[in-house]
Design a protein around this ligand. Structure first.
Ligand code: MSP
Length: 517
């Protein structure tokens, strides 16, 4: 069985992590954990992008060396991802000698094969975007827009990667294998960009301008362009040119990236780089392109001061609340609005009052009326409909997770929660409990208590990839241990045996004081 390979973009270390970084890593983590829950082997790679002009400039401003600067910031990313429970198998940090070795080997091979050549070029250069600009980049007024930052005139000899000769190949690839990019509407953006490929890609920077990068193995006066370096992380940290594991991992099944870095980096440069390196069409990775979290409809930016800090949010609200919110309030591929107030509300209504309340009352009533011991009880229509709803929801959840849509999966979970809480309303177990000498009422009560425990167990299983810690706590209280292998079939009704002993409840999702609107 092929290892399921999920990666994320590697985050720039020119600044501290923000909510967009955290979102992407949680999304990839949920995908990785879901695959592990299905019993398959998984390789999950994430990390940091430590080279480039932006890092060099930020380090200069801070008055420290780039190496020191990235070390400090890398520690912040690593600590955040540990806190958020990101279950990566390998950490990609681009100053790692293991990575540098592969990047240099790739550069040397492409150079030896004539796929990289040297040329002089004079033109306008965007310092912010670290690239030469052509007339295509001019706005309607003929000027380069503010997105390019400071633009300077430069003449320089550089090394170029033969990109343009692969244009028709890339167009044909995207037309025949559109599933390589999801959501589907992103395929067209990429095709349009492929059709516009005009020239080759400058992959070097003279050291006098940028020293913080990987040296070209064939010309020590240059370092390589940060994107050429960064993109290679996906293979350098998964065993390429290193060990046998690579063959069972590659191609990536889900390269999770934001919409801003699809074109040109991941949609154009990356497949063409891979092809030039000798990868076949069947070895092209699949991209999963997510949208952006905004703030009141606006882009988050340091200058506006509306950037949400995931570390502070995790401390204030807890990791479960943050992970739940980030998966619940955005459709993969679309943008969403980040609201701290909404984070609190969603937690209280869906986790504290929804899941938490159901688990708590299920265990409480079972303890109070049956000393925690379950009996399967009578076959009653109210339970039959909960059972049907659970089966439908497990199927809907699997479909959603297979499509990388945790929000839709959580909607399926919410339907099970509503069914469980609805069963309490429909059958009033506290009334049944009073009818002690009524055998029919007691058999009904057994059936309801069993159904509530089953519902809680199924919810706990389904929440596993999204809220791993809370899911474990829930299962521990239910006193049910999953068997090895695919866990999803174990979410079928009837997993708790007749006579099963439940544990005592303690709050998994305590209500938080939601700040008043
Ligand atoms: N270093 C490059 C990626 C190299 S991958 C070989 C980079 N870094 S980044 O730090 O700017 O962005 C990292 C990821 O975070 C990107 O996928 C980007 O889309 C994502 N996000 C940055 N801001 C975001 C939001 N506000 N919302 C959601 N994701 C966003 O690009």
């Amino acid at each position: 069985m092929k290892t399921f390979f999920v990666t994320t973009a590697i985050d720039y270390t020119n600044a501290a992590p923000h909510i967009g970084h955290a979102y992407e890593k949680v999304l990839a983590d949920v995908i990785a954990r879901y695959r592990r829950m299905r019993g398959g082997p998984v390789f999950f790679l994430t990390g940091v992008d430590q080279h480039g002009q932006k890092v060099q400039q930020s380090a200069e401003k801070a008055g420290v060396s780039p190496a020191e600067f990235v070390e400090t910031n890398t520690a912040k990313f690593a600590a955040l991802y540990r806190k958020l429970g990101i279950s990566f198998d390998e950490w990609a940090a681009t100053t790692d000698p293991r990575h540098i070795r592969v990047v240099q080997a790739v550069l040397q091979k492409l150079f030896d094969e004539g796929k990289i050549y040297k040329m002089a070029y004079a033109g306008f250069y965007s310092v912010r975007q670290e690239q030469f600009l052509t007339d295509k980049e001019r706005g309607p007024d003929g000027a380069f827009g503010p997105e390019w930052g400071e633009v300077v005139e430069l003449e320089e000899e550089n090394y170029y990667f033969r990109l343009a000769e692969h244009r028709d190949w890339l167009i044909a690839l995207l037309r025949t294998r559109p599933e390589l990019i999801s959501p589907a509407f992103r395929v067209n953006d990429t095709l349009n960009a492929a059709e516009r490929i005009a020239g080759d890609l400058c992959i070097s920077r003279p050291k006098e301008r940028l020293s913080w990068g990987i040296e070209l193995p064939f010309d020590p006066k240059y370092v390589t362009y940060v994107w050429f370096d960064a993109l290679i992380n996906y293979v350098s940290f998964s065993g390429y040119l290193e060990d046998g594991a690579f063959a069972g991992r590659w191609p990536a099944d889900a390269q999770v990236i934001g919409k801003d870095i699809l074109v040109p980096a991941h949609g154009i440069y990356w497949p063409i780089m891979l092809r030039a390196m000798g990868f076949s069409d069947a070895e092209m990775p699949r991209l999963l392109v997510h949208g952006w979290w905004n703030s009141r409809g606006e882009k988050m930016s340091k200058t506006v001061g509306n950037v949400a800090d995931p570390d502070a949010l995790a401390d204030r609200y807890g990791v479960s609340a943050l992970r739940y919110y980030l998966m619940r309030e955005i459709v993969t591929g679309q943008d969403a609005d980040f609201s701290e107030e909404r984070l609190g509300q969603v937690y209280d209504s869906e986790l504290a009052n929804g899941v938490g309340n159901l688990l708590n009352r299920s265990l409480n009533m079972a303890q109070r009326y049956r000393e925690g011991l379950l009996k399967i009880g009578a076959e009653i229509p109210e339970v039959a409909s909960v059972r049907e709803r659970a089966a439908e929801s497990v199927a809907a959840y699997a479909k959603a997770m297979d499509e990388h849509q945790p929000r839709a999966a959580l909607e399926a979970v919410a339907a099970v929660v509503a069914a469980g809480n609805g069963l309490v309303d429909a059958t009033a177990p506290f009334k049944l409990a009073k009818l002690k000498d009524d055998a029919v009422a007691q058999a009904r009560l057994d059936a309801v208590l069993y159904a509530l425990a089953e519902t809680s167990r199924i919810i706990a299983i389904l929440l596993g990839p999204i809220l791993p810690a809370a899911s474990e706590t829930m299962l521990a209280q239910i006193q049910w241990t999953p068997a090895a292998g695919d866990r999803l079939p174990q979410a079928a009704w009837g997993g708790l045996p007749d006579g099963h002993a439940l544990g005592a409840p303690s709050a998994v999702f305590p209500r938080m004081e939601t700040p008043a609107a």
